[in-house]
Every structure is written in C-alpha cells, then in structure tokens.
Design a protein around this ligand. Structure first.
Ligand SMILES: Cc1cc2nc3c(=O)[nH]c(=O)nc-3n(C[C@H](O)[C@H](O)[C@H](O)COP(=O)(O)OP(=O)(O)OC[C@H]3O[C@@H](n4cnc5c(N)ncnc54)[C@H](O)[C@@H]3O)c2cc1C
Length: 446
C-alpha cells in the first residue's frame, strides 16, 4: 500500500521472513497478559507490556512472526515483501532508528517518479496534463466533508477519472471508490518518513519481535472472558491470564475462527461487519535484468478505460534494485483475480506490462508470484476499510470487553489505519490500557 500523499506530491511536481523457533524464550505459565497474534500490533503490545514490568505470552497461529509484514526470501532469491513494503508513519516510533542501527538500506520514496503510459507509448504532454488535472480535482473532491462514499463526490465527465480512481481507491485503500469511506480518507495523519527497505519490511518487523515470548504455530481457538481474568484455549492447552489483547484482522474476527464466550456484544459484532477487509494484491513479475528503460523505484502507470472498477494494475519497477516489476491490483478486481488463482493473475499482470513495453517483455520474463492474503485464513484480506458512513465503527472496535479483553491492530489505529506503524501504535495503546487496568506490581493471573 502506498498512501497517496506521496503520489499526489509527485503529480504536483511532475505533471526470509525471520522464523522464530516454536518457543522463542522461556514462557511464563500464567502471564499477566496473553496477546493473540504476533504481527506489528502484537509485537508492539508485548514490547510495551514487558517494558512496563508485566509478564506476557504472545500466541501466533502461523509458523513465523510479522503477520502481514512478511519478507519472502525464497521465491525470487532476494528479499520480497509479500505484504507491507512502504515504511510510512509518524515520528517517535522505533522502526527507522532500528533499521538504521542495524544497517538496513532505506530508500526514500517521497521523490519517486512515475512513467505514465497511454497504450504502448509514454503519455504526451496533454495526456499528462489531463491525468494531473483529474488527480487534483479528485483529491480536492474527496477532501473533507461527511462520511459518504468517495464515488458520491466525483466530478462528472472528468477525463482520466477511472485511472485516478483506480490508483487511489483499490490500490491505496483496498476498495473501489463506491466502497471507500471519506471518513477513512480524511482521518489520516501526516507521514514523517516514506521508505522502501531493501532487506524487507517484514524483516524489520520480525526484528522488533526478537527475543519476545512468542509461541508460533499456536492458534487461539476460544477466548473465555466470562470468569475472573481471561482463559485462552489453544490446541496446545489453555492459558490463564489477567488480560488479553486480541490483534487479529477484522477478517479473522468476522470468520468466527476465534470463539468468544460469552459472545461478543452485538455492537462489537456490528462494528466488525462495518469495517471489513479490503484487498490489495501484489503480483510480482521477475525479469532477467532487462530494465525496458524504466527507472528503479518508480511507478509505472497507464490510462485505463473509463469503466470502474477497472481491470488494471500499476507497477513499482525494480524496487531497491531488484529485477522485479511489482504489480498491484485491488478492490473488486483484486478479489476476482485472487479467486482466479496465481497463474491467471500473473498472466494478467504480464499482459498489462507487455501492453506497455511490447511483446519482448515476455521473452525477458522469468517468473511471477501472487500474494495470497485474500484466501489466507489468518488474514482473509489485506487491510480493513470502513464502509462509507461507518468510519466511526473503528472506535467501537477499540472498546475493551469487561475491562480485560483489549483489541489492537491496523483496523483500530486512530490516525494511521491499514499501516504497520498504525498497528504498532494501536498495540502500544492496548498494552497501556491493560497496564492501567492491571495496576502494579503484577503477580500474574493465577
Ligand atoms: C499486500 C499488502 C500491502 C501492504 N502494504 C503496506 C505498506 O506498504 N505499508 C504499510 O505500512 N502497511 C501495508 N500493508 C498493511 C500492513 O501490512 C498491515 O496493516 C499490518 O501489517 C497489520 O498488522 P497487525 O498486527 O494489525 O495484523 P497482522 O499482521 O495480521 O497480525 C495479526 C497476527 O495474528 C495472527 N493470527 C490470526 N489468527 C490467529 C489466531 N486464531 N490465533 C493466533 N494468531 C492468529 C496472524 O497470523 C497474524 O500474524 C499492506 C498489507 C498488504 C496485505
């Protein structure tokens, strides 16, 4: 995901994931807090709890940590982020300092360029002007105002409208303009940084989790908050804690994979339904080193027919020097491509790329990969998007149950939802709330 402030500023100017052992460090038997999920939110929550002197166990269903921040080192032989790749967020978080202190290569992406095509040729000046004008007018139209759908505010008869909508809605927010809440669009805070990371964002998030008491391969099945404290049942036994922090996606919450007993209150269930998962799909194409005249770390976009949702994918070319053109598709078309499967998705993306670069693109093509977040039962989508008019449901998602079950994760992040850094902040907030409830000093739950 690349939130569009940096795209906007450009247009204005230019016309192996770390796999922890199943038991990472000694686990307290009955901790003060059990955290469900070792993604960005769960890792941040655990770090904050430990810093506050509380005992904690994090249980993670997958066999690795990091969640939707996942650097795949095997598919292409270079670090490739299947999920989050842009390190964006506010000052005051540990990510940039940690990356710099560990010698990560950060590529400032605020100045990224864009190659914009019409058919098989670069756009001419008037096409660029139409594209920039559409971008400015749509940005202005969706800035401010009540929490309607973005589609309801579109200027009529605007050339290049579908193109701008496609790169902004599905590819930034994971939903088409008709499903995009203006409350979401206008709720974002500013970024203090915007980097690509050569070693992978997933690697960095896993680094933040180093040494934490995390049990991987341990899905939570039941959260029983009926008695004193909280009992979390897993296939490896039951953990009794004074409090629990749930960080799974709204897709997982909606799926019922975790049973709450007593049931979640109706307003919480409704809020989960009101902030469902959007989809951003990555379809990476590996080439043999041929660059097709395209620049490292730039965007490759093109004019799409004036039909929405568009069947389109833009590309990030040769990020951090790799031989990958990473395609992005999202919204309704993203779900459709995911359902069609990897071969169909790669075929589509290669077709779009070759449509611009010519048929020789196919002779330089090595292999492709589609990210599987849509069907992954541990995510069931990419990141949450409030339904139009339902932005306020995010606040209901944040409300604890019985002052002992707290919620965290990107869907609940106040100013930076859908981002790794927002999930991190939300994890810290949930940990702070748990610490306040627990008081000190903690003797454990039982
Ligand atoms: C394709 C894509 C591109 C993205 N691009 C960006 C980007 O460029 N920049 C950015 O900042 N963000 C981006 N994001 C969003 C970002 O990845 C997420 O917002 C963030 O990683 C979410 O963190 P989280 O802790 O809330 O959730 P998660 O990372 O999903 O963590 C929740 C954890 O819970 C685990 N879990 C699920 N069920 C159970 C269970 N029953 N028991 C125990 N554990 C369970 C999951 O395996 C997971 O590890 C992108 C996401 C995707 C999918």
């Amino acid at each position: 995901m690349m939130r569009h402030p940096s795209r906007r500023s450009f247009l204005a100017a230019a016309a192996s994931a770390a796999v922890l052992p199943r038991v990472a460090v000694a686990q307290p038997t009955n901790p003060d807090v059990v955290v469900i999920g070792a993604g960005s939110a769960g890792i941040a929550a655990a770090r904050r709890l430990i810093a506050s002197g509380k005992s904690v166990i994090v249980i993670e269903a997958a066999d690795r940590i990091g969640g939707r921040a996942f650097t795949d080192r095997t598919t292409f032989g270079v670090p490739y982020d299947q999920g989050a790749s842009w390190l964006q967020g506010p000052a005051g978080l540990p990510h940039v300092d940690l990356a710099q202190s560990r010698g990560y290569t950060l590529v400032n992406h605020n100045t990224a360029g864009e190659a914009f095509y019409v058919g098989n040729r670069p756009a001419n000046a008037s096409e660029w002007a139409a594209y920039s004008n559409a971008s400015d007018r749509i940005d202005a139209a969706i800035s401010g105002g009540p929490d309607f759908s973005a589609a309801s505010r579109l200027p009529a008869d605007l050339p290049m409208s579908a193109t701008v909508q496609s790169w902004t809605g599905p590819m930034d927010y994971g939903v088409d303009f008709a499903d995009l809440s203006l409350g979401d669009v206008n709720g974002y805070g500013d970024y203090a940084y915007n980097y690509l990371i050569r070693e992978g964002y997933g690697t960095l998030v896993a680094d933040l989790g180093t040494g934490l008491p995390i049990l991987t391969g341990t899905p939570a099945q039941v959260v029983d908050w009926g008695g004193p404290g909280v009992r979390v049942e897993t296939d490896r036994g039951t953990i009794q804690a004074a409090a629990c922090i749930v960080t799974v996606s709204t897709g997982v919450l909606a799926s019922g994979a975790i049973r709450f007993t007593p049931d979640l209150p109706p307003e919480k269930t409704q809020a989960i339904a009101d902030v469902p998962m959007g989809l951003l799909l990555k379809i990476a194409l590996q080439f043999d080193g041929e660059r097709f005249g395209l620049t490292e770390n730039d965007f490759l976009t093109y004019a799409v027919p004036e039909i929405v949702p568009a069947r389109a994918s833009y590309f990030l070319t040769w990020p951090t020097g790799s031989d990958l053109a990473v395609g992005f598709a999202g919204g309704a078309f993203g779900w459709e491509l995911s359902a069609a499967g990897e071969a169909a998705a790669v075929d589509f993306a290669l077709g779009e790329f070759a449509g611009m670069m010519g048929s020789r693109a196919r002779s330089h093509f090595v292999k492709g990969h589609m990210s599987g977040w849509a069907s992954n039962p541990l995510t069931l989508g990419a990141y949450a998007a409030a339904r139009p008019g339902k932005h306020s449901a995010r606040a209901i998602l944040r409300q604890p149950l019985g002052e002992r079950v707290f919620f965290a994760g990107e869907a609940l992040a106040e100013r930076y939802p859908a981002l790794v850094t927002g999930a991190h902040i939300s994890g810290e907030s949930a940990a702070n709330a748990a610490v306040a409830m627990l008081g000190g000093p903690c003797a454990g739950a039982g």
